[in-house]
Design a protein around this ligand. Structure first.
Ligand SMILES: [Zn+2]
Length: 287
């Protein structure tokens, strides 16, 4: 199985998405602390290649805390790109997309001292109806992991629709029930019982996809220190402040402690396979 981390600062990014600020200080201690936990998890892998994984990092972390990116890279992990800020890309212009991707890639390469090959859009939010955003990703990266699907036929159809020639797509497996897409990773892994992940694993394999789980630093244990407090949310109005207070429980608190057990169980029965870049070079991605 593959494990990739969307390495982002939840508190910083939520404030930006709610319009509380454009940018501000990062929660550096938190990021270092969670990285250390995640790194230990990789390093406990029984296979050598499993001791390295892929970290999709926001460019802003590379700009504000380059030492952390350097450390992740020097520990043998792959630094990939998770956009510049953790913004929704859908609806952004060609100019904005190219500017943000270039800035992020440059900052990540400068901090890590290595080329960056992979990309994943924040919240998978890249335009999947028109091809202009994907064409820019293709120009700058070797592979993308912002697409989710159930079958290989869907993947093929999507690549044709996006007019992709060189860019490799490493999809996240999903199971569609009604209009909801249930994925393998993030909140789904945390909120649902272990049997959910186990079944998703089996379905993914049955459909010809090596299982690939994505997670975030704040999911590794309760992460209350990242909470945007109510008094800061009040500028949005009472109703919104209430809504976002509740929603934060989903990411920072609710069933976070169960992740360790579920991940541990999955890792008992499945080896970690290494970085997504190496995976993208394997024979099944020759296209
Ligand atoms: Zn993200």
């Amino acid at each position: 199985m593959y494990l990739s981390i969307d390495f982002e600062d939840f508190n910083h990014d939520l404030k930006r998405s709610l319009g509380i600020w454009k940018t501000g200080p990062l929660n550096k201690d938190f990021l270092w602390e969670k990285y250390s936990i995640i790194n230990s998890l990789f390093k406990s892998s029984s296979t050598k290649k499993g001791r390295s994984g892929t970290f999709f990092c926001t460019g802003i972390i590379a700009s504000k805390e380059p030492e952390l990116i350097k450390k992740i890279s020097s520990d043998g992990h792959e630094i990939a790109c998770h956009y510049n800020y953790h913004d929704v890309m859908e609806g952004q212009s060609e100019y904005e997309i190219e500017k943000n991707l270039t800035e992020a890639k440059n900052a990540l390469e400068e901090a890590s001292g290595k080329p960056v090959h992979g990309f994943r859009a924040p919240m998978f939010s890249i335009d999947k109806h028109n091809s202009y955003q994907y064409k820019i990703v293709e120009k700058l990266f070797t592979y993308d992991s912002s697409f989710s699907c159930t079958t290989k036929a869907e993947l093929k159809k999507f690549k044709r629709k996006m007019k992709l020639e060189k860019l490799k797509i490493l999809p996240i497996f999903h199971k569609k029930i009604s209009k909801f897409k249930f994925r393998l990773g993030g909140s789904y892994l945390k909120l649902f019982p272990y049997i959910y992940s186990k079944r998703m694993f089996e379905m993914s394999l049955k459909n010809g996809f090596t299982p690939h789980i994505y997670l975030h630093p704040y999911e590794f244990g309760v992460s209350e220190q990242l909470r945007v407090p109510k008094d800061e949310l009040l500028s949005l109005g009472m109703m919104k402040a209430f809504y976002w207070s509740i929603r934060q429980n989903q990411w920072l608190k609710f069933r976070n402690e169960t992740l360790k057990f579920k991940l541990g169980n999955l890792l008992l029965n499945n080896n970690l396979e290494g970085t997504l870049y190496d995976f993208s070079l394997s024979t099944q991605f020759l296209n």
